[in-house]
Design a protein around this ligand. Structure first.
Ligand code: CA
Ligand code: CA
Ligand code: CA
Length: 505
């Protein structure tokens, strides 16, 4: 899968001023970047809120996050969505879950804008499934002739009060692709996307999303870790950015960011054989590429060697976060795209990638890593970074295609909230006692299976003492027909495997 070799034609970009080289299209199978179809999402806007779980303990409700799920996918992933909602609440968010049946991107954006304008407001949204997107089109100049490019654009959803229009249908512009953005061009929220229907390399959509939600939870409760270190890997055209990239990432992973930017050192084989196997929690790479993968120039002989995106699946790098400064590497409209395969591998590999659906890529990203270091989530850091850079004259061609692939409410591991303290609570009613307890998964356990025993004179001291009243995965239990006017004693045990039980951590 990595056998393609071609001659790379040097650095043919001039006149970019203070800008770095953009990441440009390179694909062994497709010499030219194809144009996109106008997305077709039709029908009346139908989206229903999933009723909140009445048993859930209300968290400190702030910084609301919306989770929008494709209706056709919802039933088969609902328990994972519930767990995500619990995890978000445990991290201090309020949540709203929606099932999206039909409608277009304008409908969905208007809905998010209405939520943003409510008192509870909105911090971000996670879009799960095949949900509407818009295509934006523009002319750009990288130092030669003007070039036309069209691309999937999620900045559209992050700006909730600007004006987006389709005003130009004169070829190469097209009716149905947006081409004008005016008004307040700061982004108000972050939006990240979990689209898997076109990742056939990984499996069926429900399997892939469920596997993703499982590893997401494992990371949040620290059952899945990498080494707390990062890699900055810049190919030749960005070797000069190496020291500043390392310094920026170092603010999040102090003293543990490896910088590789020597032009003869950065090769596909080096990246594959010496870097990916190292368990870096975060990998930032700058290289040319396409949705099918990315590659590195090696001198002596001067060659560009491609690293197929499927390697991120077959190699299972023990890494969670990727910054792909790779032309179209995060184009979620393309089948089996790089960011999608790296993030949604059904193995324990990948949680979030940020990159571009077009030529360009994230740079000037001190503000991004600075915000992460300040304990903001990846999504919040993205918003901070975009708003810091949005007024540059080159922002459209560089950054209108920037997207977040995965769950952007996550934090780097140094800032993952500490594990919860396990608690068992009891409320006495007339002839009943209602018991509830902390989700063992939030306390570092591998399962949420618990058992409870009841005593009338003392606390049950072991698994043979007293009377067993509950064994299972629920989060509450109603102990009925108990004698009024007396003291009742309860002891709870947790388990990693459902067979061996011990006292909670
Ligand atoms: Ca147009
Ligand atoms: Ca705005
Ligand atoms: Ca190189």
């Amino acid at each position: 899968m990595v056998a393609s070799v071609a001659i790379w034609i040097g650095t043919a970009f001039d006149g970019l001023g203070q800008q770095p080289m953009p990441s440009r299209w390179w694909s062994p199978s497709q010499p030219e970047r194809p144009h996109l179809e106008v997305p077709s999402y039709e029908g009346l806007f139908v989206m229903d809120e999933v009723p909140a779980d009445p048993v859930a303990v209300a968290a400190a409700a702030s910084s609301r996050i919306c989770v929008v799920v494709e209706d056709a996918l919802y039933a088969s992933i609902s328990s994972g969505i519930s767990q995500l909602s619990e995890d978000l609440k445990a991290a201090g968010h309020s949540t709203a879950i929606y099932r999206f049946t039909s409608g277009n991107a304008q409908n969905l954006r208007s809905y998010l804008a209405a939520r943003y304008n409510e008192a509870a407001s909105l911090e971000g949204a996670i879009l799960i499934g095949n949900l509407p997107y818009v295509v934006y089109e523009l002319l750009q100049n990288w130092g030669g002739a003007d070039e036309y490019e069209d691309f999937a654009c999620d900045i559209f959803y992050m700006d909730l009060n600007g004006t987006w229009r389709d005003t130009n249908a004169t070829p190469p512009f097209v009716q149905g692709k947006l081409d004008t953005w005016t008004g307040d061009k700061a982004i108000e929220i972050w939006v990240s996307r979990i689209r898997v229907d076109n990742l056939g390399r990984l499996g069926s959509p429900d399997q892939v999303v469920n596997a993703y939600l499982t590893k997401n939870h494992a990371y949040r409760v620290r059952n899945w870790k990498s080494s707390v270190k990062a890699l900055s890997y810049n190919d030749d055209d960005w070797a000069n950015l190496g020291p500043s990239d390392r310094d920026a990432i170092d603010t999040v992973y102090p003293e543990t960011t490896a910088m590789v930017n020597g032009t003869n050192e950065t090769t596909m084989a080096d990246y594959r054989d010496h870097r990916l196997p190292q368990s870096f929690e975060l990998i930032s790479t700058r290289s040319h590429g396409s949705p099918g993968g990315h590659g590195y120039i090696q001198h002596n002989p001067s060659q560009y060697v491609f690293f197929d995106a499927t390697n991120y699946v077959s190699m299972t790098p023990n890494s969670q976060f990727y910054s792909f400064f790779v032309c179209s590497g995060a184009d979620y409209s393309a089948a089996n795209n790089l960011a999608g395969l790296a993030v949604f591998s059904t193995n324990r590999s990948g949680l979030l990638a940020w990159g571009s659906t077009k030529t360009g890529g994230m740079w000037n990203d001190d503000s991004f890593y600075g915000a992460l270091a300040g304990r903001e989530s990846f999504g919040q850091a993205f918003r901070t970074w975009f708003n810091t850079n949005r007024q540059a004259g080159w922002a459209p061609q560089w950054w209108y295609g920037m997207v977040l692939i995965g769950d952007a409410s996550l934090h780097p591991s140094p800032h993952v909230a500490p594990l919860h303290t396990f608690r068992l609570n009891a409320v006495a009613l007339t002839n009943q006692v209602v018991l509830n307890w902390t989700d063992p998964l939030l306390c570092g356990m591998s399962t949420n299976i618990i058992q409870i025993r009841h005593g009338t004179a003392t606390y049950p001291a072991n698994l043979a003492d007293g009377e067993s009243i509950y064994l299972g995965t629920n989060r509450f239990f109603m102990h009925s027909n108990v004698t009024a006017g007396s003291t009742h004693y309860y002891t709870i045990w947790v388990s990693h495997d459902g067979s061996t039980f011990f006292a909670p951590p």
